[in-house]
Design a protein around this ligand. Structure first.
Ligand code: AMP
Ligand code: MG
Length: 269
């Protein structure tokens, strides 16, 4: 079985997060071995991104979701470390601004979807509109309950227009979250990561887990799959995400354009 299939949420599968591992180990001996493999994957990703950019036929949209301290920022930093910044955009979705809030919930999302040739990374996404919004009743149920179908249709539209979508839920345990919060309080280099809402949101852990289970069950589709990434170990998380992105890009069978553009004679011998 391919590595990606083990972490994939099968379309139609009713997810119980307790059944999903948050540790992960695979065939990796230790951290050093992981670093060795990661180096190769970063290089491979750098190459694939170059072809994606040059060929200019496909876009790749990577969606990262997870509880606070699950490692969304760290994943971006590590997995994309070899990628040319010119070919990659990161968008972090926060509490909607007044302008964003005056539009439909997908307006700001659609605007940030990568064009052909580019990789777009969403740090949080349209899924917040069925997560924080659902947990805290920010809009009436009759509004948010329709959003699962609306998101599925929106993602279908994108994939029918050359966007490859990969969605990663970074799965950490409740204990691991506590450990990371404590580190943030003890390490001066991490104070800035502490947010006033972290402790209050942790009280809603179970509600968030249930909300995640619903969206993972309803919105993992063949064209826009969800992966549950064991994320307690950062090195495993990075290897897994990088591996799945590489596999998806390789499946696109991209090629550097065969000829120079018409009329571009300079440099021809
Ligand atoms: P952070 O990612 O830690 O910078 O936090 C961003 C915050 O914005 C989180 O608390 C999210 O829950 C919140 N957020 C993101 N999207 C939405 C949304 N659509 N509605 C309400 N809150 C949101
Ligand atoms: Mg935060």
């Amino acid at each position: 079985m391919k590595f990606s299939e083990q972490l994939l949420v099968k379309p139609g599968h009713k997810v119980r997060l307790e059944d999903f591992d948050s540790e992960g180990s695979a065939h990796v001996r230790d951290k050093d071995h992981a670093a060795e493999i990661m180096k190769k994957r970063t290089g491979r990703l750098e190459h694939l991104q170059q072809v994606l950019y040059a060929e200019n036929k496909h876009a790749l949209l990577i969606i990262l979701q997870g509880m606070d301290a699950a490692g969304k920022d760290g994943t971006i930093r590590h997995v994309m470390s070899g990628v040319n910044p010119q070919g990659c955009d990161v968008t972090s979705f926060k509490v909607p601004t007044p302008i964003e809030a005056s539009h439909d919930f997908l307006w700001r999302i659609h605007n940030a979807v990568p064009p052909r040739g580019m990789i777009g990374i969403f740090n949080r996404s349209q899924y917040e509109d069925v997560l924080v919004v659902r947990v805290h009743n920010l809009v009436p149920k009759k509004i948010w309950e329709k959003r699962y179908d609306q998101i599925n249709e929106f993602e279908e539209l994108l994939t029918e227009n050359s966007v490859t979508i990969l969605k990663f839920f970074l799965h950490i345990s409740k204990d691991e979250q506590q450990k990371r919060f404590t580190e943030r309080h003890e390490d001066p280099r991490k104070y800035w990561k502490v947010s006033a809402s972290d402790a209050s949101e942790r009280k809603y852990w179970d509600d968030y887990q249930r909300a995640y289970e619903v969206l993972l069950s309803k919105c993992s589709k063949k064209h826009a799959p969800w992966f549950v990434i064991p994320a307690n170990k950062k090195w495993f998380r990075d290897l897994a995400v990088a591996g799945i992105i590489i596999e998806a890009l390789e499946n696109l069978k991209m090629k550097f354009p065969a000829h120079v553009a018409d009329g571009a004679e300079v440099g021809k011998s």
